[in-house]
Write a protein of this length. Structure first.
Length: 227
């Protein structure tokens, strides 16, 4: 199996994996490896159902179902906010201490696989909301914990950039100064990770919680106590 995929929990109904940066959950390009294809080969023909996605450059936790019944329950949990996903982002700049919320209106651009901040009255725009908490700071960067309240295309990347806190290593939305700092620090992958995943098991109803903070988060002193 592709080394960018790590299985961290598996039972007869579901599979929880840690996705490395660079591999798609599911790709439209048949010549490109993706998680769905790799896991289907690993499972040797058993059922596999995608529940949610992460952008290809983003790392983090992803859950797949192995049967239609479990897939239906987990998909309903996602749409009803019954699945809790927490992200870590390392951004360029100093966010105000404590907690905050960002609310914007987002629409997809016509080309380039981009999204844009738009006016509230734009019929093509959808509301985008997220909560953030400052986990740690350095001289020029901040480590944020983020909870999505809506699920829009490139939402975290776009909203943080629009708020003056571009994510390190983001080649789509970061400004010139942040890109220069990422190059100076030899940061090649986007510093965004879905590090915590929590949901009720679709069959046993047991509370399932998984955490896999990325290696780069531990460059902040004493950050492990806050995750």
């Amino acid at each position: 199996m592709d080394g960018r995929i790590e299985i961290i929990h598996e039972d007869e109904h579901l599979c929880v994996c840690r996705k490395g940066p660079g591999i798609a959950v599911e790709s439209a390009d048949l010549s490109q490896r993706d998680m769905m294809g790799e896991l289907k080969r690993y499972l040797k023909g058993s059922g596999l159902f995608m529940i949610h996605r992460l952008d290809q450059p983003v790392e983090g936790l992803v859950v797949f179902a192995k049967d239609r019944e479990s897939a239906a329950v987990l998909s309903k949990a996602v749409s009803a906010e019954g699945m809790n996903k927490i992200y870590l982002a390392e951004v360029y700049g100093r966010a105000p201490a404590g907690r905050g919320m960002l609310t914007d209106f987002i629409k997809k651009a016509g080309k380039g696989n981009l999204s844009l901040i738009s006016a509230k009255n734009d019929p093509a725009a959808k509301e985008a909301r997220l909560e953030y908490e400052v986990a740690a700071v350095k001289d020029r960067t901040t480590l944020l914990k983020i909870k999505l309240l809506t699920g829009r295309h490139h939402q975290i990347r776009l909203q943080l950039s629009a708020a003056g806190l571009p994510i390190l290593g983001d080649r789509k939305y970061a400004d010139e100064e942040a890109c220069a700092y990422s190059a100076e620090q030899n940061i090649k992958d986007i510093r965004l990770c879905a590090y915590m995943l929590e949901f009720d098991h679709p069959v046993t109803k047991e509370k399932m919680q998984f955490k896999r903070p990325p290696a780069w988060s531990f460059t902040y002193p004493e950050v492990s106590d806050k995750l």
